[in-house]
Design a protein around this ligand. Structure first.
Ligand code: ATP
Length: 200
């Protein structure tokens, strides 16, 4: 099966594009969803996170306090690296489990930090969703009511637009309206069906 790794900066339109692929019957496996699943109560991922950060990292309901964890790793690179070393393989396994048994010609792995995390194995093509920085900021602010400054900080911490585009095998330009976006997804879908047919 052809595996597409979909990525893009904050507010670039990844979720919208994924929804369009889903509507075309293509499975989308989301790394953010997998990341939440592997630290559910009872999962080995949660016990390992507790080993590093202690019981204080839990809420009163014994679930992972994600905002506290984000705070703890924000300024502490070594604990961030430890956390990633635990969670990345678990997230990968979780996504592989979901891929196993799928019968479509291709599938999408939606991995917002694909380029930052260096995860490439098992991915045949990298699809980048691209938008102008001003559009990313406007769309992300409108959706989340985050401040422009917060979005700027996140953009600065992410892979640059230039590096992302140079790593891309395919690009969807989300610089127009939603109709233009949807028609690019349909074109890309047809292209992936052709590529999958050639590979099989
Ligand atoms: P994040 O990285 O923050 O999760 P994302 O890359 O998944 O964001 P979306 O959630 O798809 O981005 O898009 C951000 C917001 O912008 C959403 O409210 C979406 O409806 C809107 N949006 C996306 N593309 C367009 C477009 N071409 N025209 C107008 N609005 C758009």
């Amino acid at each position: 099966m052809l595996i597409i790794g979909l990525t893009g900066g904050i507010g670039s339109g990844k979720t919208t594009v994924c929804n369009y692929f889903s509507a075309l019957g293509i499975p989308v496996i989301d790394a953010d969803v997998a990341a939440r699943e592997v630290v559910q109560p009872g999962q080995p991922g949660l016990s390992q996170v507790i080993e590093i950060f202690g019981q204080d990292i839990l809420t009163s309901a014994n679930t992972l306090n994600r905002s506290k964890l984000r705070e703890q790793i924000f300024y502490d690179e070594s604990s961030r690296k430890k956390l990633e070393a635990i969670l990345h393989p678990l997230i990968r396994q979780q996504m592989d489990k979901k891929l196993a048994g799928l019968k479509t010609p291709y599938a999408i792995l939606a991995i917002p930090l694909l380029l930052e995390s260096g995860r490439r194995e098992g991915i045949d093509r990298i699809l980048v969703i691209d938008a102008d920085e001003s559009q990313q900021i406007a769309r992300a602010c409108q959706r989340d009511h985050q401040s422009k400054n917060q979005i700027h900080t996140i953009i600065a911490a992410q892979c640059s637009r230039k590096d992302r585009l140079s790593a891309a095998d395919d690009v969807i330009y989300n610089t127009g309206d939603l109709e233009q976006l949807n028609s690019q997804v349909t074109e890309m879908h047809n292209r992936y069906l052709r590529l999958a047919a050639q590979n099989s």
